[in-house]
Design a protein around this ligand. Structure first.
Ligand code: FAD
Length: 462
């Protein structure tokens, strides 16, 4: 039998792999990664759809900013195929609920207000952080009200959706202003949206990172795939981790990198129960759903050529199949379209059958392009919210969720450490956030292993 590892890492997504690599680089090499699925990558996940690799999870990387983006650098090292998306033409491609385009000048005017509103929100949020103590926070919607130009009409709503929900996965009403604006991912890493369309998938970036310390992604004994962790028993003496297949793994410490949605579910049983402050920090945070519905058609009936990549559908029901994108630039001749829904619409769509989703989507497309359009040959409806290993797509910082509580979300409990995208302060929700929190958590644990500064044993923690 192999020696008991010092650290078990649960999950082989970006944060788990980044934590493992950090430990390895610091000389802690007796680690064991337990991953529930049969692959590395987690929410960075491609799938084959009608012969093309499409990203069901993370799709964009950001560049062009003043701060170095290590994920973009890795993407460049593996020559990840990306294309720069151009959203500038959205104002010429915004359709009315009953079909027909809005005049470009009208959409431009609405968008101008939205841009000014975003600016105001960013400045006001900075002011709140600097000047107002006691963790005062408001929702993005409250910030918009202070600006005195809250979106009201369906057109204003869909433009607002593009500015907020499309990024945060949740509407401004429930999202923290202070922890969302200014949008640090863009401020730091830039606003150039690199859209990944590579047959190897975005996940080769996570694999690339893993290969820096694992001898192979299939054979290295430090990585065990198809190991669903169901129980973590912990005490001052260490941890025992039980998996669904009945195996038990012991270690001194464990790093849990599963999503906050999974932590909120009953998949993993902690023994003893996590302390109440920890359970509150977990249950009060928010996990949203972001769904890209892919459709494959026998031929194109939507506009193609420069400036047509995206189009918007406006509806009185906010978020009803609002944002559409074709893949002609990335995969010419693929005849693939996809539409994005989020939050409540995602939750609703997940309850429908693929046929029911197809019927709704086709009704929208017929309104825009006429009744003669062909039936799709294939449809892909990812269901992130129902998947027990994700329970959503990424986290969202709810308004009134304090910084203190967020610190607790990441705090260790005895020998149990926590990492993952949701623990990021600056890049919550993003692959970069997952990457950096993996490093931070590993550093925290290294302080414990090497210098005996074990935060998990502060009196309030256990
Ligand atoms: P995960 O990737 O979830 O890793 C956790 C791992 O734990 C997973 O591999 C999971 O299988 C495993 N696991 C779960 N439960 C168990 C268990 N019981 N036992 C063992 N293993 C378990 N980010 C961007 O930067 N740009 C984007 O464009 C973008 N778009 C997105 C769109 C969608 C639809 C989704 C879903 C995500 C998107 N993201 C995007 C977010 C990004 O994918 C995540 O922030 C990031 O990948 C999270 O990494 P993680 O390591 O924190 O978590």
């Amino acid at each position: 039998a192999s020696k008991t590892p010092t650290v078990i890492i649960i999950g082989a997504g970006m944060s788990g792999i980044s934590a493992a690599k950090t430990l390895h680089d610091a000389g802690i090499r007796d680690i064991l990664i337990l991953e529930a699925t049969n692959r590395i990558g987690g929410r960075v996940m491609k799938t084959q759809f009608s012969g093309y690799a499409v990203e069901m999870g993370a799709n964009w990387l950001f560049g062009g900013g003043p701060v170095h983006n290590p994920v973009l650098e890795m993407a460049e090292k593996v020559k990840l195929k990306t294309s720069l998306n151009d959203y500038d033409n959205l104002t010429s491609n915004t359709y009315k609920q009953d079909g027909g385009l809005y005049p470009k000048t009208l959409v431009e005017a609405v968008d101008k207000v939205a841009v000014a509103r975003d600016d105001f929100c960013a400045k006001f949020s900075t002011l709140l952080t600097k000047k107002v103590k006691n963790d005062v926070d408001i929702s993005i919607l409250a910030g918009q009200r202070l600006f005195k130009q809250e979106p009201k009409t369906p057109l204003e709503m869909v433009v607002d959706y593009y500015h907020n929900d499309y990024e945060d996965g949740e509407p401004p009403k429930v999202t923290s202003l202070k922890h969302t604006y200014p949008r640090n991912e863009f401020v730091d890493h830039g606003e150039d949206p690199y859209f990944v369309a590579d047959p190897r998938g975005f996940e080769i970036v996570v694999q690339y990172l893993a290969k820096q310390f694992l001898s192979s992604l299939k054979g290295d004994p430090r990585l065990k795939l198809n190991k669903v962790v169901r129980e973590i028993i912990y005490s001052k003496n260490g941890v025992a981790v039980k998996t669904e297949d009945g195996s038990i793994y012991k270690a001194k410490y464990v790093i849990v990198s599963v999503s906050v949605g999974v932590l909120q579910s009953d998949l993993i049983d902690f023994r003893p129960k996590l302390p109440i402050w920890k359970r509150l920090a977990i249950s009060d945070f928010s996990m949203t759903i972001y769904t890209k519905i892919f459709l494959k058609f026998p031929y194109k009936f939507w506009p193609t050529g420069p400036g047509t990549e995206f189009f918007i559908y406006t509806h009185v029901r906010r978020g009803y199949y609002p944002l559409w994108q074709h893949l002609e630039n990335e995969y010419p001749g693929s005849n693939i379209l996809f539409v994005t829904v989020t939050a409540e619409e995602s939750r609703r769509v997940e309850q429908l059958s693929d046929q029911e989703v197809e019927a709704e989507v086709m009704a929208v497309l017929k309104t825009l392009f006429g009744n003669k359009i062909p039936k799709p040959e294939d449809i892909l409806v990812p269901r992130w919210g129902s998947n027990r290993f994700y329970k959503g797509s990424y986290s969202n910082w709810p308004d009134k969720y304090s910084q203190h509580r967020h610190d607790q979300l990441g705090d260790p409990v005895g020998p149990v450490y926590f990492t993952g995208e949701h623990n990021s302060n600056r890049y919550i929700g993003y692959v970069t956030g997952a990457y950096f929190t993996g490093i931070d958590t590993a550093d925290d644990l290294l302080g414990c292993i090497k210098n005996q500064t074990c935060r998990g044993y502060n009196s309030q923690q256990m």
